[in-house]
Design a protein around this ligand. Structure first.
Ligand code: AMP
Ligand code: MG
Length: 414
């Protein structure tokens, strides 16, 4: 824990002096004990010796100071105190180096950037958070038939679930947030979209659209209102047959945020974690007031459309720059419109900033599905959120920004 405030009380020439102020982050404790002083990480306090049990009061207390010392004695103590104060402060100024780690996670590449006192501390932190990402992937991946979410979905194979089933802490949090997201977006965000995502993946392999019967069959199993939640027991009941939950549009933001939270818990608060589309940041790098994150351009995916500057927040981008299918000249995005069951055919990219990663991730989907006008209304009604939407129609590119977007946009040119 960083030292928040260091309070010192001393007496000099009969006057009480308070010294207080913030100190730089301290990753190790500083404990100093000198006669008459007690010092810990949080507090340095002059102890009036007359108040200490079993100690004799000072023979020559200065006027107005019970148990104090003479003038010379007080001045000596003052310098001693100053020395200790400076040593404590210097000890806390741990030099932080930047360390970067990259690992494949959740079907993409996750990156961790962390400022740590040494390589070993950084590696310990990175190993722990990548292990957490592995754990979340093992729970939430719909590609893995053994994952908790796949097992839950399979309970609808022979019809709607007849009773609720308790789920683990992470799956509960994600499903609960996803249902709230569906409600807020009028179903534009919907984790029951799984059967249509599976058809999209098949189309991606085969290069053809699903036939109408197959599509109609898949769509029968879609509908967020068929997720019944039991908050008291963290239980879930799926009320349609052959449902397939797909949290690919919310779980990466959740994971990135979890990683940053865990790094903070381990004493590494100046950190960034995430994959290309979903990034969470903690406290800013040393000497900086923010992290600077590039926003991908929809028109030219290898270029950035500028930078955003933020700390203790998340930023997510969704679009069809990389994942799309081209069939008969039409481009189908991997973002599915739950109203049609097919990938979006209008070209749109959305970047969302939010105070938490789960929100930033899910909100980029309704922005894409509903379009800038309706989508940005959702952003404006979310405290701490901001968004930028880009659409391409023919040769025309249009950019839309939420009211607070400019507060995050970096002034410097990319
Ligand atoms: P992202 O990687 O954040 O752009 O999210 C895209 C992923 O979200 C897709 O690969 C699907 O797994 C999922 N998805 C697609 N459409 C929707 C939707 N309308 N609602 C919720 N999730 C979706
Ligand atoms: Mg995302």
């Amino acid at each position: 824990m960083p030292i928040k405030v260091l309070i010192a009380v001393t007496w000099m020439q009969g006057h009480r002096i308070w010294l207080s102020g913030p100190l730089p982050p301290c990753t190790h404790g500083v404990r100093v004990r000198v006669r008459g002083f007690s010092s810990s990480r949080e507090e340095v306090r002059f102890l009036d010796s007359s108040n200490e049990k079993g100690k004799t009061p000072h023979p020559n207390p200065p006027p107005g100071v019970p148990g104090g010392g003479d003038r010379k004695f007080s001045i000596r103590w003052f310098w001693a105190f100053l020395l200790i104060f400076c040593l404590s402060a210097a000890g806390c100024q741990t030099h932080l180096e930047k360390y970067e780690f990259v690992r494949p996670e959740m079907g993409t590449v996750f990156q961790v950037v962390v400022y740590a006192p040494d390589a070993a501390a950084a590696k310990r932190g990175a190993d722990a958070v990548f292990a957490r990402a592995d754990e979340l992937n093992a729970l939430l991946s719909d590609y893995d038939p053994k994952s908790e979410i796949s097992r839950l979905s399979r309970l609808t194979d022979s019809g709607p679930m007849t009773a609720p089933v308790a789920v683990g802490h992470d799956l509960w949090r994600i499903i609960e947030r996803a249902v709230e997201a569906s409600r807020r977006s009028n179903g534009a965000f919907d984790i029951t979209i799984g059967p249509c995502v599976k058809l999209w993946r098949r189309s991606h392999q085969m290069g053809e659209l699903p036939n109408p019967e197959r599509l109609a069959e898949a769509r029968k199993s879609v509908g967020w209102e068929a997720i019944k939640l039991f908050p008291e027991t963290h239980s879930v009941q799926l009320l349609k047959p052959k449902m397939r939950l797909d949290v690919g549009g919310i779980a990466k933001g959740y994971t990135a945020m979890e990683m940053v939270r865990m790094l903070r818990e381990r004493g590494l608060p100046r950190a960034m974690a995430g994959a290309a589309g979903d990034i969470a940041v903690g406290d800013p790098p040393p000497g900086k007031s923010n992290w600077r994150i590039a926003v991908q351009a929809l028109e030219q995916p290898d270029k950035s459309a500028g930078y955003v500057e933020l700390h203790n927040a998340s930023v997510s981008t969704s679009g069809d720059t990389e994942r799309y299918i081209l069939i008969d000249g039409t481009r189908y995005s991997h973002i599915i419109d739950p109203r049609t069951g097919l990938g979006l055919t209008h070209r749109i990219g959305a970047t969302v900033i939010a105070t938490d990663g789960t929100t930033a991730d899910w909100m980029s989907k309704p922005l894409s599905v509903l379009g800038p006008e309706e989508g940005l209304r959702l952003i404006e009604s979310t405290p701490g959120a901001a968004a930028r939407v880009v659409t391409i129609e023919g040769k025309q590119t249009k950019v839309y920004e939420s009211n607070h977007w400019r507060e995050f946009q970096s002034a410097s040119v990319p």
